[in-house]
Structure formats: structure tokens, C-alpha cells
Design a binder for this molecule. Structure first.
Ligand SMILES: C[S@@+](CC[C@H](N)C(=O)[O-])C[C@H]1O[C@@H](n2cnc3c(N)ncnc32)[C@H](O)[C@@H]1O
Length: 253
């Protein structure tokens, strides 16, 4: 696939800020083991691309890493700033870096919103030699009997939306363009496993944070959320999520 065609749905990139607080409350964060691994090598300056409400940046700051966020959505940035994160507003591709350089670039659940050709070149320019870049995405797996019910609910109410609850079986950014760029050495993809226990209401809130769900008509989203919540309630009211975070890493030559 040509690199230009890799991130085709960028027109939905600003859908998250419609309810930035709900996103911040309900969206899964990232496993501590991943964040710890990112800072095993001391970091002088990190850039968190598509920082949103700060789910990655807050954890880096907690680990004493100086971190700057960049995000085009001022509503998401406002929440990140409330968490103490410095954020500059802009699309990564055309944000003015003012000559700054970084030794770590992170990007949680956002690289697929970025124009792939200028994004890759900009990452190469911003990273110091030896600097590291990590892009990651979460997935949420529910028990098989529940997933069967979820699939039937989506087929009925929202057939175009991705059913949350199954293992997507691979990263969204495939083939990974960083593996063939001469400025980078890419590592093998890695998955960090984690668990989360959610009520039906919490699951309904979580799925509503995904861009394709946000695009549903409000009454359809409302019906979808209710049906998913009721399904979980029929299964004891709790869903044990077997989660994972796919991580793609690359090192600047
Ligand atoms: C799913 S959210 C992820 C937010 C945060 N990194 C997290 O893990 O929760 C995607 C974020 O990417 C941002 N975004 C969209 N297009 C972008 C672009 N071209 N450059 C940088 N960020 C972008 C959105 O505004 C949104 O805040």
C-alpha cells in the first residue's frame, strides 16, 4: 500500500473533543509496564503527539520526564492543561517546532490521524540521533459469549461501527512505514497485556469514546450503549476485559 493511503479517515480527527471530559474519564489509559519501559533510558525532552487529555503525558510527567504535548483540538488540550501538561495546539505535521529537538516521541492512539508522509519526515527531523519513538494502541477483549451478543447488537444497530470487544489481531499501522525509512531502525512490535473490570455503564461510556461511535447519530449511540449495558447486566453486571496495548517502536539512526 502506498504510504499516502495509510491513514484514510483523518477527516474524523477532531471528533474526540466533543466531550473531552467524558473521554478523559472513560477512555483506557496505558499499562504502567509500558510507561516504565519508555523511561528506562533517561529522557531529557519528550514530545507527546496527539496528547489529547494527557493520558500518556501525565504518566511521563509523573515519572519526572519533561514533556510537551501537541494536539490540534483545544478542547482536549484544555483538559490536559488542567492535569498540568504544557500543550501546543496544532496538527503534528504542520505544528511549528521552532527548532526544538526531542529524545523521545510518544503517540498513544493517534498516529493513524496523522498525514503519514509529512508525519514520518517530521518525526525523523525532531528526534535527536539515538532518540526513540513509540506509537501504541489499546484493544479490549471481552469473554466470547458476551462478544457474540455484542456482535449481534452492532449488526442490528450500528453495522458500520467496529465492534469493540474482540482482539483486532494486529496494529492499525500496517505495514509499519518506520520499518522501511532509512532514518529509523524499527523494533519488532510488542504487546503489553492488562486487565480491567468494568460495569455495564462503564463499558458503554468507554465505547462512546471511539471516533466511529462518536460519528453515530445520537439516538443510535444511545440505543447501542443501552443494549450493550443490558447485555452486560444479563451476564452478571461486570465485564472482565482482557486488554492489550500494541506498541511499535523505532530508533532514530
Ligand atoms: C484517540 S485520541 C488519543 C489521545 C491521547 N493520546 C490518549 O492516548 O488518550 C486522538 C488524539 O489525536 C489528536 N489528533 C488528531 N489529528 C492529529 C494530528 N494531525 N496531529 C496531532 N494530533 C492529532 C486528536 O485531537 C485527539 O486528541
Amino acid at each position: 500500500m502506498p504510504l499516502e493511503d495509510l491513514h484514510p479517515e483523518r477527516d474524523r480527527a477532531l471528533s474526540f473533543g466533543v466531550d473531552a471530559s467524558a473521554y478523559d474519564r472513560s477512555r483506557s489509559g496505558y499499562p504502567a509496564a509500558l510507561l516504565d519501559d519508555l523511561v528506562v533510558v533517561p529522557v531529557i525532552a519528550a514530545l507527546d503527539v496527539g496528547c489529547g487529555t494527557g493520558k500518556v503525558a501525565v504518566e511521563l510527567a509523573r515519572r519526572r520526564v519533561p514533556v510537551l504535548g501537541v494536539d490540534p483540538d483545544p478542547r482536549m488540550a484544555a483538559v490536559a492543561r488542567q492535569h498540568g501538561i504544557t500543550v501546543e495546539i496544532g496538527r503534528f505535521e504542520d505544528w511549528d517546532d521552532a527548532g526544538r529537538r526531542f529524545d523521545l516521541i510518544t503517540c498513544g492512539h493517534a498516529w493513524h490521524w496523522i498525514d503519514p508522509v509529512p508525519g514520518l519526515e517530521k518525526a525523523a527531523r525532531l528526534l535527536e540521533p539515538g532518540g526513540r519513538l513509540a506509537r501504541f494502541w489499546n484493544y479490549h477483549v471481552v469473554p466470547a459469549d458476551l462478544l457474540t451478543e455484542f456482535r449481534a447488537i452492532y449488526a442490528d444497530l450500528a453495522p458500520a461501527a467496529t465492534v469493540i470487544g474482540g482482539d483486532p489481531g494486529g496494529v492499525p499501522d500496517a505495514p509499519d512505514p518506520f520499518t522501511s525509512h532509512p532514518a529509523f531502525t524499527a523494533s519488532a512490535p510488542r504487546t503489553y497485556r492488562w486487565q480491567r473490570r468494568l460495569t455495564g455503564g462503564q463499558w458503554a461510556d468507554l465505547v462512546a469514546t471511539f471516533a466511529d461511535h462518536r460519528r453515530l447519530r445520537p439516538e443510535i449511540l444511545h440505543r447501542l450503549r443501552s443494549a450493550l449495558r443490558e447485555s452486560i447486566e444479563r451476564h452478571g453486571g461486570i465485564v472482565d476485559v482482557e486488554g492489550g496495548t500494541y506498541v511499535l517502536r523505532a530508533r532514530r539512526q
